[in-house]
Write a protein that binds this ligand. Structure first.
Ligand code: ATP
Ligand code: MG
Length: 402
């Protein structure tokens, strides 16, 4: 037995000439997320109709709920364009809900196919009357307990009574790539998700202190990457060793180090952005949450970078970030113990470093060359949720196809 799910997209609907481009991305992303569970996926009058085997319905709902760009979805009955069939489906829909003699309902009918001879107002009235008589229930147009939705489409009618909210946003991919500085803390995974929510594909960059990249494969860095792939599909994670930087920068005074290192991470991300055809860098920074994130330190961190640096968490309170990380499922992994490079550099940075200091170190220690050195020792992890395959390879071997 097959079940149908109708998927509505909010914002894409207003994208004018770009709409087909957005729709194609959403269609592709849903297809990827549902994999073999999809029997058929059709684009119909500004919505998608997904046909799945009834035994897979829970998994399908779960995947659609995580797919960015979905405004809402509903499990529907898909029937022929006949009043009799619509009436019977509407009765089945309302009977699937717990109803008592005091339950109220209304019919909400929409007709995008004007060839269907009954218009939406007449249809709602006629159907409302039939159901009221048949089940002895009262109609309440302003505040009904149950709304039965009828959509008259070009080749069929669909009937449902429960809309489920999706994540909203835009389909991953429509906005292009960003290089995302990814620490595995609570903030940076949420920031990556927010970038995805606006259509970006984040390529994760993680600086590690472990002796080799292979040992990162057993850590929360991978657990979180896999979690993010549930929302964004295939993930690329670049592992960059911290040690070349550490060895070259022993002269930096301790209270300057956190800000200077963050500046260095930006330079590495900028170099990688060119290689991966990304137009921006994103981070999990939040304004003034910690000493390295004061506005004046952010100005130092960004000084001299010509690539836009996006900080989607800037306006969030910590508790809002924690809430979001629980919702997207990264929180549990984020709080696992892990030795991050930021934890081995000073925890007490100056809250107001001077831009000249950063510029001095950057020139004196030749950060551009040092960035290339770190990158040349970097690795790339590719995780594909379709077959759950994880690969690790030297970054310099990677042929980028964008
Ligand atoms: P998070 O929870 O993301 O670690 P945080 O509040 O702990 O954030 P910081 O540790 O100061 O803040 O990091 C600020 C941002 O710098 C991170 O969100 C991330 O974008 C970047 N960052 C920090 N450490 C690393 C790292 N090891 N590799 C890559 N990026 C990092
Ligand atoms: Mg951190």
């Amino acid at each position: 037995l097959n079940t149908y799910i109708v998927v509505h997209y909010g914002e894409i609907g207003i994208k004018g000439k770009n709409r087909p481009f957005f729709e194609r991305h959403l269609e592709y992303n849903i297809h990827q997320a549902l994999q073999a569970k999809v029997i058929q996926l059709k684009r119909l009058n500004q919505r998608l109709l997904v046909e799945v085997d009834a035994t897979h319905i829970e998994e399908a709902k779960n995947s659609i709920e995580k797919t960015l760009g979905v405004a809402w979805y509903a499990i529907v009955e898909s029937i022929d364009l006949s009043y009799e069939q619509i009436r019977n489906a509407a009765l089945r829909a309302i009977k699937s809900k717990p109803i008592t003699s005091s339950t109220t309902f209304k019919i909400s009918a929409r007709r995008s196919n004007k060839d269907f001879l009954i218009n939406s107002i007449e249809l709602a009235k006629k159907l409302g009357d039939d159901i009221r008589r048949e089940l002895n229930l009262a109609v309440n147009l302003s505040n009904p307990e149950i709304t039965i939705y009828i959509d008259i489409l070009s080749d069929r009618a669909i009937v449902y009574c429960e809309k489920v909210r999706g994540q909203g946003g835009l389909p991953v991919g429509v906005s292009g790539r960003v290089m995302h500085l990814f620490s595995g803390g609570i903030d940076s995974p949420v920031a990556a998700w927010l970038m995805m929510k606006r259509g970006c594909i984040p390529i994760l960059i993680h600086f590690y202190v472990a002796p080799d990249a292979a040992s990162i494969l057993k850590t929360k860095i991978i657990h979180i990457t896999k979690k993010l792939s549930e929302h964004g599909g295939k993930m690329l994670l670049l592992l960059i060793p911290f040690s070349p930087y550490q060895i070259a920068t022993t002269s930096i005074s301790q209270d300057h180090e956190p800000v200077v290192f963050r500046h260095f991470m930006n330079i590495v991300a900028e170099h990688l952005a060119r290689r991966f055809h990304a137009l921006a860098i994103s981070t999990g920074d939040n304004l003034a949450q910690v000493a390295s994130q004061t506005l004046s330190n952010i100005a130092c961190i960004d000084a001299g970078c010509s690539t836009p640096i996006l900080r989607p968490l800037l306006g969030f309170d910590k508790n809002e970030i924690v809430e979001l990380s629980k919702r997207i499922g990264t929180y549990e992994s984020s709080i696992e113990m892990y030795k991050d490079c930021c934890s081995i550099i000073s925890r007490h940075p100056k809250t107001k470093l001077k831009i000249e200091h950063v510029a001095y170190y950057s020139k004196q220690l030749n950060f551009d060359e040092l960035a290339e050195k770190c990158i040349s020792q970097g690795s790339i992890v590719i995780y594909n949720p379709l077959d759950e395959h994880l690969s690790l390879a030297p970054l310099h071997n990677y042929q980028n196809s964008s």
